[in-house]
Design a protein around this ligand. Structure first.
Ligand code: XMP
Length: 516
């Protein structure tokens, strides 16, 4: 792998992701990893990430110069660039002036920026500056605040940049990273969806063994579908998928899972129809947290019921279900501090907490992948676009998109409005630009309108299109007016009792993506 040493900024994960976009496998390691630990991983290259603003700051993480004794290609970024310069005998000066934001970079020679514009905008964020490059390094770019803004030593396969190539504000950054990987480090682009899928199928086979049985809760979302498809490829009918229909799904979702998923994977599927139970329990409840609690609890009950059904069947064959498949992704793994291998669990949040006496080994084939990679693997496995291109949808479903209490009538309205918005966004080719677009029914709000010759007194529908890389932060998506107009016209014309469509123009923070 290419190891990204995380010096504590939020950029390390993003760097790993960019490296993978260049078809090279990459993982994040904490800066506390020792040189021995790093070398033991046999990295194809090491990337030193950005970090605190100054290498002179109290408690600033140190770079062990012995890293450079092992003939490993190294690329330094921002703080990592300065730490690298310092460790190799260059000079880092505490200039006191900060260079922050969009900056013009002047390029002069070198391999990193070859073929790219001689002046280009880059994203800077630093207080100190490298004023002398270490011996053997060629200085290949400068900026107003950074006399040494990029350097490289091709013979030793070392290079670095003061700016952040991983952010979109550095428009040529991805090319620069790719050039480091290919031209300086000499790494072949083998991290492709088909290769990943093959490797993961093989790993699942090894983990589950010749006889093991597994179950997987399908949510209708991309992650659980791809995880299930991988495991199904690996162990076939020894996997049972469970889908709980809680009545809070969007139009066509249950059918999609039952038909598209099964048709494209051949997986064994149990659908639990729990609509009446869920809607009964939710009757009259409008507090968001209470809704979530009820849904979580009922979900566990339904899942438990299905599991004992599966257990019953396989117990009859003298086997027991030993493995639980989950669609955990790499960002969750990094955030919870890493951790490897399988964990024996008693309760777990993804499924919602199973009974204490049921113990499963987790199978998490996606735990090293980012969302876009999961989609690519899904495509490589032949899952249809309707499944892999799906935008995230919350487990509690439409219940947390009805502000007010939930009932069948309100669900029907919201489902219609949501289907129209999705249809128009897809038709306009905007799905790729949108992370997700919750459609929310303000069921406890009414406003006056006029339709035909008459007064109406109906509910507003809120459109909440957001752009995001990971849902932790988000910005509202600037949708074209003509698309908004079409959605608005269609919803007010076609959905009974809705006479107004409003657009949510709040970023996250301060707003969350969902309304509840
Ligand atoms: P918020 O509203 O917190 O949402 O900004 C962030 C992301 O998480 C999704 N979301 C959920 N997903 N169960 C889920 O599986 C939940 O209870 C839940 N609540 C929010 C939301 O759709 C967005 O993608």
């Amino acid at each position: 792998p290419v190891l990204v040493v995380d010096f504590g900024a939020q950029y390390a994960q993003l760097i790993a992701r960019r490296v993978r976009e260049a078809s090279v496998y990459s993982e994040v390691v904490p800066h506390t990893a020792t040189v021995e630990e790093i070398v033991a991983r046999k990295p194809a290259a090491v990337i030193l990430s950005g970090g605190p603003s100054s290498v002179y700051a109290d408690g600033a993480p140190q770079l062990d110069a012995r890293l450079f004794d092992h003939d490993i290609p190294v690329f330094g970024i921002c703080y990592g660039f300065q730490a690298m310069a310092g460790a190799l005998g260059g000079t880092v000066t505490h200039t006191g002036t900060r260079e922050y934001g969009r900056t013009q970079l002047s390029v002069d020679g070198g391999v990193l920026h070859e073929g790219l514009p001689a002046t280009q905008p880059v994203w800077m964020s630093h207080g100190d500056a490298v004023t002398d490059a270490p011996h053997g390094f060629e200085v290949t770019a400068t900026s107003a605040g950074a006399p040494v803004a990029a350097f490289e030593d091709r013979a030793r396969r070392l290079a670095g940049v003061q700016y952040h190539p991983e952010v979109l504000h550095s428009p040529h950054g991805q090319q620069v990273l790719t050039r480091f990987l290919r031209e300086i480090a000499g790494i072949a682009p083998t991290w492709t969806a088909a290769n990943i899928a093959d490797a993961l199928i093989e790993q699942v086979r090894e983990q589950v063994g010749e006889k093991g049985q597994a179950i997987c809760g399908l949510s209708g979302g991309v992650d659980s579908a791809v995880a299930a498809a991988l495991v199904q490829r690996a162990i076939g009918d020894r996997l049972t998928c469970v889908f709980v229909d809680h009545g809070l799904l969007r139009a066509g979702e249950r059918e999609q899972v039952q038909q598209d998923f099964v048709a494209s994977t051949g997986a064994k599927l149990i659908t639990v129809d729990a609509v009446d139970t869920f809607l009964g329990e939710l009757d009259g409840v409008s507090d968001p947290e209470t809704k979530r609690k009820i849904i979580g609890r009922e979900f566990i009950r339904s899942f438990e019921g299905a599991v004992s059904e599966v257990l019953g069947e396989s117990a009859a064959h003298g086997e027991a279900v030993e493995f639980l498949v989950q669609g955990t992704l790499y960002p969750d793994v990094v955030e919870s501090g890493g951790g490897t291998g399988t964990a024996n669990i008693k309760s777990h949040h993804n499924v919602g907490g199973l009974p204490e006496d049921l113990q499963f080994s987790l199978v998490e084939p996606l735990r090293l992948l980012f969302k876009d990679e999961v989609r690519a693997v899904g495509r490589a496995l032949g899952l249809p676009e309707e499944i892999v291109a799906r935008q995230p949808f919350p487990g509690p479903g439409l219940a947390i998109r009805i502000v007010g209490s939930v009932n069948q009538e309100r669900l029907t309205l919201l489902r219609q409005a949501d289907a129209i918005a999705r249809e128009e966004l897809t038709a306009a080719g905007l799905d790729g630009q949108i992370w997700q677009c919750p459609v929310v029914l303000l069921a406890d709000v009414r406003s006056v309108g006029v339709q035909g010759d008459g007064r109406t007194y109906g509910h507003p529908i809120v459109l909440r299109p957001v752009s995001s890389e990971d849902a932790m932060t988000a910005d509202w998506t600037r949708l074209p007016y003509d698309v908004l107009e079409r959605i608005s016209t269609r919803i007010t014309n076609e959905v009974p009792d809705v006479n107004r469509v409003v657009l949510d123009v709040t970023s996250k923070p301060p707003g969350t993506i969902e309304w509840e």
